[in-house]
Design a protein around this ligand. Structure first.
Ligand code: ASP
Length: 589
């Protein structure tokens, strides 16, 4: 809470209550609104804590009244007066200061203001680029201020919870060498080393591991991370992680510690968070929800229809099965009466998501079944679909016949889309751990294996023999914290053995020389007494976005970038002078 110490104020206007009745107070803030009632002028004075009504009466002070006649919204003023109870009938129960008002005896203008580009009001819809250009005006809106205040409280609570558990906060470099997290690096030229570049960290991953080798045992950092990737509502080129690493732990320990901390943090935001959280292996999440970050607040789960169609004569189905694929479906409950064009839009979404097409059967609440494929299906197959998906009149069956992973993913996308369209109620907070991710994923375009999390993730002990022979089958000690269908955080146990790290890097396509060149410093550290260790990083922006009930992380970042990565306020990114380019040994293309 803001107080009046160290300032020209005696009190903060937004904190005045009936306890302050009779006090002479000096306030400072912004003119929020001015109402001229003929004989009297009312000004709502705004500060960080809120609004308070100030009354200007020519009988109390002619000078103050004259000043009140001339002030405009967003002028900055210092006001002195006496706190009194509002007259009967004028109490405002919607305002924390609504029982009192301040009768002003002296007033000073500290600064004037041009007419602001938009009104300081939560209810106002303003173009986002304009809001970001004048972000300092936007932040004056109570709603934006509330999000930043929540962010502060949550961040402080993380610090407190971590500090109580013996974690040390350590800063790691921003100018560094590339840390692979699967995104593109931002690179920074170096004046002192012509032709060489720093990379901005995609995360402090390698440094936090080195801190474990260094014997710190428990580290954390509220860390800024940089990833040059395409932006979305929940992605920014720079974002903040609560980054954590611990030594001598099993995956159980990291999860238990994180759940304990999250209970405190969620409480800070007024959310009851019951633990232990459910755990779901990655394979099950994909099978049941078609997503590694399943929104488990509603059903509409994926079901396997491969058995139902094992002898199908419908070419699309038999063809998919013959090439090793699966047939999976969901019951879009309540969508059986959707129009053809609405279902066609789902088909398009399936195609855009990589499927060859969508097979659908609508069971209207009255009338005949509608489906372009029903004529190819036997009675037994129709009955089988209805049984597996518990179909009732009014339901819509959506099926994808394709490679197993693709069928799951596409149905996962359709499931969310249908839930949105149907307005399925998704309230409250639902969190779970998704665990046991595959160590590698196959990259068809480049024809090789890449790390599904990052290359430092420890494979299951019992899968070590499969690294070279069957890389796709190797699972890892890994866990993502998923809340309401968003990945809030993720982590892994790490490889702490140099030889194993080399084997994994080799499987990722790096020969020994390349491994040494890129990760020699890590490999060396792992051979100099590295303890077993593991950790996690939470996406602070996303968590705050959820807690603040926002749909974009831009709403919970003080100075975010637009979706094209620019800053309308400063104009960044911007050109630099020819001299600056020369100094860093760069030539424009
Ligand atoms: N560095 C990882 C990430 O940013 C998190 C972790 O493994 O701790 O996703």
């Amino acid at each position: 809470m803001l107080d009046a110490r160290y300032s020209i104020r005696t009190h903060v206007g937004g904190t005045l209550r009936t306890d302050d009745l009779g006090e002479t107070v000096t306030l400072a803030g912004w003119v929020h609104r001015r109402r001229d009632h003929g004989g009297l002028i009312f000004i709502d004075l705004r500060d960080r804590e809120g609004l308070v009504q100030c009354v200007f009466d020519p009988d109390v002070s002619g000078a103050a009244f004259a000043l009140a006649e001339r002030v405009r919204p967003e002028w900055v003023v210092e006001l002195t007066g006496t706190v009194r109870h509002r007259p009967e009938g004028t109490v405002n129960p919607n305002l924390p200061t609504g029982e009192v008002e301040v009768v002003i005896s002296a007033a000073t203008v500290l600064n004037t203001s041009e007419t602001p580009p938009f009104e300081i009001d939560s209810a106002i819809e303003t173009d986002e680029t304009l809001r970001l250009k004048y972000r300092y005006i936007d932040i004056r809106r109570p709603e934006v201020l509330a999000a930043l205040t929540l962010r502060d409280r949550v961040t402080q609570r993380f610090r407190k919870e971590l500090e109580q558990r013996g974690f040390l906060e350590v800063e790691t470099p921003i100018l560094t060498k590339s840390t692979p997290e699967g995104a593109r690096d931002f690179i920074v030229p170096s004046r002192m080393s012509p032709g060489e570049f720093y990379a901005l960290p995609q995360s402090p991953q390698l440094f936090k591991q080195l801190l474990m080798v260094a014997g710190l045992e428990r580290y954390y950092q509220i860390a800024r991370c940089f990833r040059d990737e395409d932006l979305r509502a929940d992605r920014q080129p720079e974002f903040t992680q609560v980054d954590i690493e611990m030594s001598f732990v099993r995956d159980e320990d990291v999860l238990a510690m994180m759940e304990d901390i999250m209970r405190g943090v969620m409480k800070e935001a007024g959310v009851d968070f019951s633990t232990p959280l459910a755990r779901m292996p990655y394979a099950e999440a994909m099978d049941r929800f078609g997503s590694d970050r399943p929104d488990t607040r509603f059903g509409m789960e994926l079901h396997c229809l491969t058995g139902t169609f094992s002898t199908s004569e419908f070419k699309v189905f038999s063809g998919a099965l013959a090439s090793g694929g699966r047939i999976k479906g969901i019951n879009a409950k309540g969508a059986g009466d959707w129009s053809r064009s609405k279902i066609d839009a789902l088909n398009q979404l399936a195609i855009d998501s990589g499927a060859k097409g969508l097979a659908w059967i609508a069971f209207p609440s009255g009338g005949d079944v509608r489906s372009p494929i029903a004529k190819f299906l036997s009675e037994a197959e129709m009955a089988g679909v209805q049984e597996v998906l518990a179909v009732e009149p009014g339901d819509l069956v959506l099926m994808i016949a394709d490679a197993h992973d693709l069928a799951n993913e596409v149905l996962g996308t359709l499931r969310l889309k249908v839930a949105d369209e149907l307005g399925v109620v998704r309230e409250g907070y639902s969190a779970l751990w998704v665990t046991d991710f595959p160590l590698f994923k196959y990259n068809a375009e480049e024809g090789g294996w890449s790390a599904s999390h990052h290359p430092f993730t420890r494979p299951f002990d019992e899968h070590l023999d499969l690294i070279e022979s069957d890389p796709g089958a190797v699972l890892s000690y890994s866990y993502d914290l998923v809340m309401n269908g968003l990945e809030i955080g993720g982590g892994t146990l790490r490889i702490h053995d140099a030889a194993l790290q080399r084997r994994v890097l080799a499987q990722l396509g790096l020969d020994p020389a390349q491994s040494d060149e890129q990760f020699g410093f890590l490999l060396e550290a792992l051979s100099l007494g590295a303890p077993p260790h593991g950790g996690i990083a939470l996406g602070l922006d996303r968590l705050i976005m959820l807690l603040a009930g926002k749909h974009s992380i831009r709403d919970v970042i003080a100075f975010p970038k637009t979706s094209s990565g620019s800053c309308p306020l400063t104009g960044a990114p911007d050109e630099v002078s020819a001299r600056q380019l020369r100094e860093v040994h760069l030539k424009r293309d």
